[in-house]
Design a protein around this ligand. Sequence first.
Ligand code: AMP
Length: 402
Amino acid sequence: MKILVANLGSTSLKWRLFDFSDEAGRILHRGGYERVSDHSKAVEDCINELTRAGVISSVKDLAGVGFKTILAKDITGCVLLDEKVLNAMEAVNYVAPAHNPPYIKGVRIFAERVPDVPLIGLFEDAFYQWVPEVARRYAVPEEWYSAGIRRHGFHGASHKFIAERSAELLGRNDVAERAKTLYVKGASTKINKPDLRVISCHLGGSSSISGIVNGVAIGNSLGMSPQSGLPHNNRVGDLDAFAIPYIIRSMGISLDEVERILCKESGLKGVSGVSNDIRDILKAADEGNQRAKLAVDLLIFSARHWIGAFYFEMGGADAIVFTAGIGENSPDIRAGICAGIESLGIKINPEANKDATGCEAVISAPDSKVKIMVVPTNEELVVAREVKRFLENKKSKSSCKI
Ligand code: AMP
């Protein structure tokens, strides 16, 4: 079974093609385009590349196309992306303005180009369906909660992969198995003692931190929208709700302009004034740029804040795992986050940390109670696997438990 996973941005298309002739699945092809102005052409080029590379002979070889979709009103899990679901995504475009519109547009393009291939989305909030109610709530009136003002949590595919892989690396195959079959109805939930507590730090263009007990998320730093939690590359992160009416009234700018600034001109870019890429910001900070240094410090401060929250909530942690572009590749950011917390049993090994870039590694000191690890994420594999399950189980509307 061949499944294409398409990652859609407002100006990008990236893909991985998986072959599931064996259970684990393997990548047959990966590629992508940046600075895309015509997504229809990009989709056509992608199909041509796959055909030219000989990994498909025609689109008929595709059992399905999977998407790491973000948010839909009152829908989550792994679902067929029909018009009803696309409309539910459109209904919350205001919540995910940088993410939902490109996905809706891209899915419609695929639907036109490959009308006979099922298009399936694994929503990024599906991993948080077992989060306790208290961790979903903002302190707003009940009617607002019913209207959708609530914490969702995102980066579900990435944090789920970390839940699986970290458990394997920690020798807890029971937890790894549970994490892998989390969305499978009737799958075993039997877990040996003690509980496995993992803090997963997805630090990239978009950043979030999850607390995970025995493969199941207990919360995520991202709340109602993918603009919350830690500061992101150019999106704001957490902000007091009253900042918005204040800035509209005091600066006389429109709500649309506020949304644009919070989505495109804020985060690490807004604070540093340098770039939305942490590599440029780290370089500028090294050269003495104080705003760049502040942006770096803010990312570290915010990451520590959320790690601390989950450490406290779980009564400690067995592992802290770093993943995604920054988490996998930046020893400086990891060292900053883990500095001075030896009294909590968290002690980094500076040499191992420096050597670990883009590969699996343990970077804690031998006497650290909490293992600190770097684990490259594989969100596309999580999506592909759920798409496969969905296709094998077509009769049920969703392969997820929700
Ligand atoms: P992602 O969203 O996971 O693709 O991560 C993108 C982010 O990772 C960007 O902000 C990049 O600057 C950052 N990144 C990529 N490579 C490195 C690196 N070698 N060192 C530090 N940050 C990196």
